[in-house]
Design a protein around this ligand. Structure first.
Ligand code: MG
Length: 373
């Protein structure tokens, strides 16, 4: 228990345009549309979290905002912010689904708890296993020449991992891009592939087999989220590891996915699981089943990224790095007071108390399109 009480919840609705359109097997995205949850204590401490849903993937910002404003607000006003699990258990009881809203709430609570305790969120989660996490950048521009220019610049910055978004154009375009990147960067580049559910079940295996010659680290979510049996068939049929993203949201999905062996790797996302602690449940199931894990993200600001970085700093085994590149390389601006820490192709996890970042008030005001108190 602490002697602090939460007195306000402020919801900041933000729109940040992207530098370029990104295309995926499940649709195009042209910016970050999220809602930031700020919890304020009576004595003026602020804790931050972010909900950044993608309608074709998780849900809508409107639903996340309404969930926080109408249903989750009454659970935290007047509460002690260090009672994180009791509040989140209540949230799960009173509101079905809405994992993005719950993730934002939990992050803001953990940010306050960390500030009160003088510990980073990774330390609150059991301690830092690592200070930096290898960063992957996603190549998803329909204009591949523009992507090649970005890759060249990121290569100079020390980024060596690139994830190709595939399945939004034709198969030949995907093969051409992979071949080109292997030619240009040789064995030093690590390539990954993400279909975002873009393949048809009946010929997915043939498509995936065609890509294996380019030696990708993994192929992510080749078919639709609910086609778990097809995911399992593909996993059995090909040599390249298969990753489940849209098919595994929470611990129940993870358990089912591990039993059915639907993938070799799970992509962890706070927004899918409903918070950092729920994500650690998914990680624990993966570890018990010998399934690898990866730090995925939504189209989000540094606030969401930092929550992911704190999680990935604390997980016992980190197999494949993370993709927290949006605020540095995708968005027109980084909302945070200090830029999201990326150095030499690695996310540097801050050791400061709490989340380790907060929005800059000026930039927040520039990109804010609505506020609810
Ligand atoms: Mg994905």
């Amino acid at each position: 228990m602490s002697d602090r009480r939460i007195s306000r919840m402020r919801l900041h609705v933000v729109d940040i345009p992207a530098k370029a359109v990104h295309s995926h097997g499940s649709g195009d995205v042209s910016g970050i549309a999220s809602v930031l949850c700020e919890l304020v204590t009576e004595d003026g401490l602020s804790g931050w979290g972010e909900a950044s849903p993608w309608p074709v993937f998780t849900g809508t910002r409107e639903a996340a905002t309404a969930a926080l404003h109408t249903h989750l607000r009454p659970l935290v006003i007047g509460q002690d912010p260090v009672c994180v699990e009791p509040i989140m258990t209540q949230a799960d009881r009173q509101l079905v689904g809405h994992p993005e809203a719950k993730a934002a709430l939990e992050c803001a609570l953990l940010d306050l708890t960390g500030q009160i305790a003088g510990l980073s969120i990774a330390e609150l989660m059991g301690g830092r296993q690592r200070d930096h996490i290898p960063l992957s950048f996603s190549i998803a521009n329909p204009d591949f020449d523009a992507d090649l220019r970005d890759v060249a610049q990121l290569w100079d910055d020390g980024v060596r991992i690139f994830k190709l978004k595939t399945g939004f154009a034709d198969h030949a375009f995907d093969l051409m891009r992979l071949e080109r990147l292997r030619q240009l960067y040789g064995d030093e580049v690590r390539l990954r592939i993400d279909y975002n559910q873009g393949l048809k079940a009946y010929d997915a295996i043939r498509h995936v087999r065609d890509l294996e010659v380019f030696r990708p680290d993994f192929v992510e979510q080749p078919v639709r989220a609910f086609e778990r049996e097809v995911m399992a068939e593909i996993t059995r049929a090909v040599d390249v590891p298969i990753m489940a993203d849209e098919s595994v949201f929470d611990a129940r999905d993870a358990l089912r996915g591990a039993h059915g062996r639907i993938a070799d790797i799970f992509s962890l996302k706070i927004a899918k699981s409903g918070g950092i602690r729920r994500c650690l449940d998914v990680a624990a199931i993966a570890r018990a089943a010998g399934i690898g894990i990866y730090g995925g993200c939504m189209f989000e600001t540094s606030i969401g990224h930092m929550a992911g970085a704190q999680l990935m700093a604390a997980v016992p085994e980190l197999t494949l790095g993370c993709e927290f590149y949006m605020s540095t390389y995708y968005a027109e601006a980084d909302l945070a007071m200090t830029p999201f820490p990326v150095r030499a192709g690695q996310v540097q996890v801050p050791a400061t108390p709490g989340l380790g970042t907060a929005p800059d008030p000026g930039r927040l005001a520039t990109y804010r399109v609505g506020i609810l108190e």
